[in-house]
Design a protein around this ligand. Sequence first.
Ligand code: NDP
Length: 452
Amino acid sequence: MIDSKISDILQDIKESSPGQNEFYQAVEEVLFSIKPLLKYDNKYLDNNILSRIVVPERTIIFRVNWLDDKGVVNTNLGYRVQFNSVIGPYKGGLRFHESVNLGIVKFLGFEQIFKNALTNLPIGGAKGGSNFNPKGKSDNEIMKFCQSFMTELYKYIGKNRDVPAGDIGVGSREIGYLFGQYKKITGDFDGVLTGKGINWGGSFARKEATGYGSVYFAKEHLAVYGDSLEDKDCVVSGSGNVSIYTMKKLYEFGAKPIACSDSRGTIYHKKGIDIASLISVKEVHRDSLEAYAKLHHDAKYIDTAHYPSGGHAIWHIPCDLAFPSATQNELNLIDAKELVKNGCILVNEGANMPTTPDAIEYLLNSGVKFSPAKAANAGGVATSQLEMSQNASMTQWNFEEVDIKLHQIMKNIFKTAYGSSKEYGADGNLIVGANIAGFKKVASAMIDQGVI
Ligand code: NDP
């Protein structure tokens, strides 16, 4: 009965939202994994929560026109999916990447609902972005695009309504241009965006939060099995915000990140990735990782053209711990088999939905511990909420204060997800634990607030 109800819902969304494969993948994982809860308490089915929760409260799609440096008019699509606001104002990042479409934004927004609930902070779920590709654009073009994007988006956001942040392709530079335009149009200097500059309303440790939080989570996960990060060789895909600060924190706990990647290739540096060089290559010069190999002759660069057939080079490098921290579906079954063969003991997701469903199944069946993104990468949004709190009270906490709160939040998220997995008979399966804990909180609030 529960299986057929879930299958009907999946069929409905496939018919009403054609071609949104990543969204179906995210919904399918959540709905099937919460079956132990649905069996135990039928109020969720009785109130038709499943059919309601998979439909965004509001979807905004808009045109973004902007002039490039040659004076040519360009047109992109802008999105904001305001998915669920029962536990707080909509909250979730903006992604600027050529692959962005409605299905991608909906999968990210759907995941965000449960992630935000897990933080135990009052934030609802949303996500947005554009198919704008920032690569190769001048600062002036990025600014023009951000201004045009905000000229439409500002109508739908607000410090108590919807508070966007960064994601792929949206860092402090883009948040600055977006905030400047918002303030110019509305005249309000308020906490409408997070990830702001430290000198103008930002929070210390927000930049580091997702990566640091991911490592705090991995530490808790290993501790349950009497293990630690000490002396572990780690591979961390991506070389952006999440990846860089994951690697930085890994060093602090005595682990060694030996490989990272970007959209063009992978770096394998056996003696350990040099974080200062990496920041210089990726954050300062916005260059490809090939430039890192030119600075370190003992590092090996593998171009995507030379990746193993059907797989991704980074997961084929022997490691103890794997931190997928680039993008969705970047770790597939071929990669998972290689990780298992090489003795990897933990996959800790920093990116959103980076592991394909068949890869997850293989890893779990092979005894690899698995930290799902919803729980493991929630440190970013949690610290964004801390930024909102500081803005609302017109204060600024120092780095250590924020970091201590972040660390405690990650410990609590682990405890919640792990405890919930035990309570519902899933014995340490954190996918089940995190999804049930997040869903329960949101679904109960939906019931409390009536049919609206
Ligand atoms: P960034 O834009 O800072 O970095 C993304 C990195 O991933 C870059 O190194 C990029 O390579 C690489 N990448 C992007 N797309 C691909 C691809 N198709 N194949 C291979 N590599 C790719 O983004 P973030 O670090 O902020 O985000 C990374 C992931 O973490 C995303 O899934 C995001 O949703 C998630 N996340 C981010 C949070 C945050 O606070 N920033 C919070 C929670 C989750 P290149 O440099 O060549 O573009």
